[in-house]
Design a protein around this ligand. Structure first.
Ligand code: 5GP
Length: 341
């Protein structure tokens, strides 16, 4: 047994220190970023925010809103080839996601043959299993030019392994921070998300790769902290849930409207997709009642406005400059609940 006693931080353990700035208006901030990837030959330009590949957020109706502001939607893996064929999507602004079974690989090949998409997201809860890296390499060999995102992990050695041996372009970071996730409660495993982002960004950037901070964002300020900590992309689930555009009926309790949002390994999701939960595994997700928020466009615009404002406070002209302009101050965790958000 070992103890790592260096402090590890979550978003709510820090604030970003304001700095003297030459940016006089938020309109001077450019949120679009252009990427050249270590393995894919595509260049991508857009706002590096991604809706999670969950049943309620990785959908075509969410894509229809987010693509208008040049942000991405990672489609949930249960969207069929037939569903994809009914719509014309911009190949730059959605991802096809997949698990790592042989059946998943066959399905991925049949979708990518017929659907024009520049992104593939290989997604499993525990990115530390050795067959995961082998699968990433198999996908890279099949699709040499696609932008490949893969995760989730939360420490530097697996980021390096996935980029170097798995030939992944973007590693997805987050073990346990998700709003509908119970991994930390069920297993005791996890890493505070801001520290995971800082450590993994350092590892990825050292070898020309990128990271996507996935999970734990509860407000625009958390997103600014993720980018300030070195995330190249951020993925959100819960914050993109609860809108008109999210699937699921609007319900009402005591005059308050809400929609259901659930973890992809919750009993609810398992029953929906597989009929029942396999006996050897337990649920590591929960079902949440997300307050009804109206139109998704208002939420994403609020996030973009918060991000622009954060940039003006620290003199960052664009998202890429945020880490070098960011100084975090550790805040008293007891007082946190009064001051943050
Ligand atoms: P959020 O933005 O809601 O905090 O986090 C979204 C992320 O939570 C997803 O992108 C995914 O990585 C993670 N997630 C989704 N469903 C589950 C689940 O059932 N269990 C766990 N451990 N994580 C989940």
């Amino acid at each position: 047994m070992k103890i790592d006693n260096t402090p590890k931080l979550d978003f709510n353990n820090v604030l970003i220190r304001p700095k003297r700035t030459t940016l006089n208006s938020r309109s001077e901030v450019n949120l679009e970023r252009e990427f050249k990837f270590p393995h894919s030959t595509y260049k991508w330009k857009g706002v590096p925010i991604v809706a999670a590949n969950m049943d309620t957020t990785g959908t075509i109706s969410v894509y229809n809103v987010l693509s208008n502001v040049k942000t991405l939607t990672c489609m949930n893996k249960f969207i069929s080839l037939e569903d994809f064929k009914t719509v014309k999507l911009n190949p730059d602004f959605f991802m096809v996601s997949t698990g790592i079974s042989d059946a998943n690989f066959e399905n991925l090949k049949s979708v990518m043959r017929e659907v024009d998409c520049n992104w593939i997201c290989i997604d499993i809860a525990n990115g530390y299993i050795s067959s995961f890296v082998d699968f990433c390499l198999k996908v890279r060999e099949e699709f040499p030019n696609k932008i490949i995102v893969a995760g989730n992990v939360a420490t530097r050695e697996m980021v390096e392994e996935l980029i170097i041996r798995g030939k992944v372009d973007v590693v997805k970071i987050g073990i346990g921070p998700g709003s509908a996730c119970t991994t930390r409660l069920k297993t005791g495993v996890g890493m505070p998300q801001l520290s995971a982002i800082i450590e993994c960004a350092d590892a990825a950037h050292g070898i020309g790769g990128f990271i996507m901070g996935d999970g734990g964002i509860t407000c625009p300020g958390d997103m600014a902290k993720a980018f300030g900590g070195g995330a190249d992309f951020v993925m959100m689930g819960g914050q993109f849930a609860g809108h008109d555009e999210n699937p699921g009926e609007l319900r009402e309790i005591d005059g308050k409207k809400y929609k259901l949002f659930y973890g992809m390994s919750s009993d609810h999701a398992m029953k929906k997709h597989y009929g029942e939960m396999a006996k050897y595994r337990g649920s590591e997700g929960r079902v949440l009642k997300v307050p009804y928020k109206g139109k998704l466009i208002d939420t994403i615009l609020d996030y973009l406005a918060g991000l622009r404002s954060a940039c003006t406070y620290i003199n960052a002209k664009c998202i890429k400059h945020m880490p070098k302009c960011t100084t975090f101050v550790i805040v008293n965790q007891q007082l946190n609940k009064y001051f943050v958000k």
